[in-house]
Write a protein that binds this ligand. Structure first.
Ligand SMILES: C[S@@+](CC[C@H](N)C(=O)[O-])C[C@H]1O[C@@H](n2cnc3c(N)ncnc32)[C@H](O)[C@@H]1O
Length: 387
């Protein structure tokens, strides 16, 4: 069967802590979840559905389309199994591709050797058929193939996304210590905010949380913003289906007047950056940006969610200052936010204790290699918070 026809395994990697939210997204898009691992979800679908995942997923890293699964004990066997695949269906002879991999095979010391054998198989197949060969190298901005090889079990995928789906193309200036867009989206989902009522994001930095919240509330898939995907470099790629999927998604966008998103930061540069990012994401009209200390952020009467990501830096001397910030954050929640559910995302448990409220829940995530937690504080109206 041609490599892009029929139903194939679709694997979507994610960073630790995100899998439950990614799994929900995949099911809500009408696709099955056939395996949930700590850092990936496996589904199954046709190629149109792979495109749909690229367009809609908020917290997945990439969409891998399984081309083949086979046994290979060493690199020669890997080559022998890969060579006969009809690569000419996927790779234009004048195209460019790269190979990435995760390898845990006793005969391979350096992944680059396995990647090279995958590349050889593809190039040799095309050269044999056409007398010409495509280019290949480390750049991941064209076609990307991904090898997963553990012991003698090998799987080869087309990475339909290419650069990570965290790259939405709305954030040109990331500011300082920005959250990855996929993580920000997962945190908004974890807050349980339904897209109605208020979403308050003090200490917004480059605005990632507020922007992801706005995209979610407006039912705008993040893929609408991004220009390029690996699948667009497939041989014979026709953009019609992708344009149809995007048009259908645009029709389903829902402006909601009951929505109120407020983002604030004390640094004027960050507010300017956040505004620009929101404008590029097409959501600047639904976010109110304010330059102020977090404690002066207005909290509308209609309750909702307060989600913030204060600094948790390890700079010497900064810790005492940050302790005060976390303490004041707790006071802000208690004094101004009754009826809301507040969330603090941080990588410093000692600082989090300074908030002075008992978290109802703590969820673990990973932020660029730093273990972090999202702590939730329900601030019940009518009785002292944290009591
Ligand atoms: C870790 S960054 C937030 C990053 C953000 N989540 C993003 O994705 O870009 C923390 C932000 O808190 C802001 N900040 C620090 N102290 C503040 C205060 N007292 N009031 C308001 N904002 C403050 C900083 O200017 C910085 O932009």
């Amino acid at each position: 069967m041609p490599l892009l026809e029929g139903r194939h395994h679709l694997v979507v990697p994610c960073s630790p802590g995100i899998a439950p939210f990614l799994s929900r997204e995949i099911r809500e898009l009408g696709l099955p979840v056939i395996a949930e691992q700590a850092t990936s979800i496996t589904s199954r679908g046709n190629f149109d559905e792979a495109l749909k995942l690229n367009l809609h997923l908020r917290c997945g890293q990439r969409v891998l389309w399984r081309l083949s699964a086979f046994k290979a004990e060493n690199a020669d066997q890997l080559y022998e199994k890969l060579m006969p695949l009809p690569w000419d269906e996927l790779v234009p002879v004048d195209g460019y591709f790269s190979v990435t991999s995760v390898v845990d095979n006793p005969t391979i010391r350096d992944n680059r050797f396995a990647n090279l054998r995958v590349k050889d198989a593809i190039v040799d197949r095309l050269r044999r058929l056409t007398g010409r060969r495509p280019d290949s190298g480390p750049r991941r901005d064209r076609l990307v193939f991904y090898l997963f090889w553990k012991k003698d079990e090998a799987r080869i995928y087309l990475d339909t996304s290419g650069p990570t789906l965290a790259r939405r193309d709305y954030r040109l200036d990331p500011g300082k210590a920005p959250l990855r867009e996929t993580l920000a989206a997962a945190l908004v989902m974890a807050s349980g905010w339904s897209g109605k009522g208020s979403f308050i994001n003090p200490m917004c930095g480059s605005g990632t949380l507020a922007i992801e919240a706005a995209l979610l509330a407006l039912n705008t898939p993040p893929g609408l913003l991004r220009q390029e995907y690996s699948f667009q470099f497939l041989k014979g790629y026709r953009s019609l289906r992708w344009r149809e999927l995007k048009a259908a998604a645009r029709r389903r966008r829902r402006p909601d007047r009951r929505l109120r998103i407020i983002a604030s930061d004390i640094d004027p540069k960050m507010i300017a950056v956040a505004r620009e990012n929101a404008a590029r994401a097409g959501v600047d009209e639904v976010i109110e940006f304010l330059l102020c200390d977090f404690a002066s952020t207005p909290v509308p009467e209609t309750p909702g969610v307060i989600l913030c990501n204060p600094e948790y830096g390890s700079r010497l001397g900064a810790e005492e200052e940050l302790k005060k910030t976390y303490r004041r954050l707790g006071d802000f929640f208690k004094q101004k936010a009754a009826g809301y559910e507040a969330f603090v995302f941080s990588g410093n448990p000692a600082l989090m204790r300074e908030v002075g409220l008992k978290p109802e829940k703590k969820l673990k995530f990973d932020n660029g290699g730093i273990p972090c937690e999202l702590a939730s504080y329900p601030l019940y109206a009518g009785r002292p918070a944290g009591a």
